[in-house]
Design a protein around this ligand. Sequence first.
Ligand SMILES: NC(=O)c1ccc[n+]([C@@H]2O[C@H](COP(=O)([O-])OP(=O)(O)OC[C@H]3O[C@@H](n4cnc5c(N)ncnc54)[C@H](O)[C@@H]3O)[C@@H](O)[C@H]2O)c1
Ligand SMILES: O=c1ccn([C@@H]2O[C@H](COP(=O)(O)OP(=O)(O)O[C@H]3O[C@H](CO)[C@@H](O)[C@H](O)[C@H]3O)[C@@H](O)[C@H]2O)c(=O)[nH]1
Length: 471
Amino acid sequence: MLKNPSPIAVKKICCIGAGYVGGPTMAMIAKQCPHIQVTVVDINQQRIDEWNSEELPIYEPGLHEIVSECRGKNLTFTTDVDETIRDADMVFISVNTPTKTFGVGAGRAANLEFVEKCARKIAEVSIGHKIVVEKSTLPVRTAEAVKTILSNSTTGASFDVLSNPEFLAEGTAVEDLISPDRVLIGGENETAINALVEVYANWVPRERLLTTNLWSSELSKLTANAFLAQRVSSINAISALCEATGADVDEVSTAIGTDSRIGPKFLKASVGFGGSCFQKDILNLVYLCEYFGLPEVAQYWEQVVTMNDHQKQRFVNRMVRTMFNTVSDKRIAIWGFAFKKDTNDIRESAAIYVCRDLLMEKAKLAIYDPQVKPEQMRAALESVMQDENGELNAMKRELLDNNVQYCDNGAAAADDAHAIAVLTEWDEFKDCDFEAIRDSMKQPAFVFDGRNLLKHADLCDKGFTYFGIGF
Ligand SMILES: NC(=O)c1ccc[n+]([C@@H]2O[C@H](COP(=O)([O-])OP(=O)(O)OC[C@H]3O[C@@H](n4cnc5c(N)ncnc54)[C@H](O)[C@@H]3O)[C@@H](O)[C@H]2O)c1
Ligand SMILES: O=c1ccn([C@@H]2O[C@H](COP(=O)(O)OP(=O)(O)O[C@H]3O[C@H](CO)[C@@H](O)[C@H](O)[C@H]3O)[C@@H](O)[C@H]2O)c(=O)[nH]1
């Protein structure tokens, strides 16, 4: 329990970055704290326009209702960065921290350019005292750099820096924000820590508000993601052994998950984890370990990503092998492109890599996802097929132009196809008319279920040749 009962009362919050984290987290603070004015700023005018429209830039169950309730009252989206920062008591930095693609640490280290720009902007425009909160996922000791930049402010402003990493998962952002397992707040100044504690205490039970030092907080975020991803890679590694031995990975998951020391969550074997966070954050951890002279620790964590890449390749290899060693000119229905269900996010989705590898085998893809727009899919496939100079050779362009079709539903994608590959676990795929789908497909009608979503026995009874992960 915290000692200081009289924190600063926060009245105005600014959040820099109106993305998958900034948007939902601030909407939740606005909903739970009607006495706080929450303003989310971004340099991307289109994103801000979308937050101000009826079609939000991100799809999250329950989010639209909250935004509609608070927007125009105590929740604002604007590109007016300077004035909003100047007005606020507390400024969250919630910008993207992607893996660096250039220079020192390319492919591993986090690109902190956007965070640094935020710190410099805050230093430049602030007056009075501000609490600056790192909401982005950052390498341990980033707060040091943020503090140094802020301390060079020439406006006479003073600052406290807190780390408050976000643990929401996409697709369940609203429920995760309403009832988080914990909220982590790292800092040095107890008054500043308490100011943020009091914001969350409006709806989160106090025993779930954990306070630590800055570095523990920063490192806990990377560690949590590394542990979660490690579980997925561990069960995926076992899925390969299951396929070789006749064991069933879902049965193994249940068997080990009932051990309370292991627990049942995050043991679902799949075509591989995706999303903007896991790979990026593990590679960042790997880079940090190398930077701090711990190569064995770095190698240990890097295996989680290596295994994930292997799982995606294994999936494609199995498809090609099973379909008589060739998928060239065969229509393959791709069911799902998002990295998990209930989101329109495709960043690092396993589907991108599976589709790329199938295209390189000259397959004809018919892709359907209920929330992802064709132009998003096209851009992702184009990007993953470019060479290191960002160029597409004629063969790849032709594959993208002629071998990819975007469909309006799963049945349309499966029509006349040799196979269905289930790559996202959308609920609607479970309720398809599989008899009609079977009849519309080439025979044998193959199903490769990268999520173990569909009913195996039922599909076999209906005449499909079904392959899941790990059996
Ligand atoms: N996506 C998730 O589920 C999730 C969950 C927990 C933590 N995180 C972390 O949160 C951070 C943000 O992730 P995200 O998914 O919301 O990213 P995002 O790319 O969806 O959004 C980031 C936004 O920041 C804006 N931005 C960048 N620089 C800016 C600047 N200088 N001024 C104003 N706006 C600027 C961008 O235009 C973009 O709209 C990352 O560090 C990520 O690792 C993400
Ligand atoms: O048993 C499982 C669980 C997940 N996945 C896959 O793993 C990826 C990540 O899933 P999930 O963690 O649910 O979604 P994210 O939105 O990426 O959330 C993770 O990354 C966020 C960003 O850092 C953190 O805030 C969250 O706590 C952390 O769960 C997805 O492709 C899932 O399909 C599996 O294959 N098997």
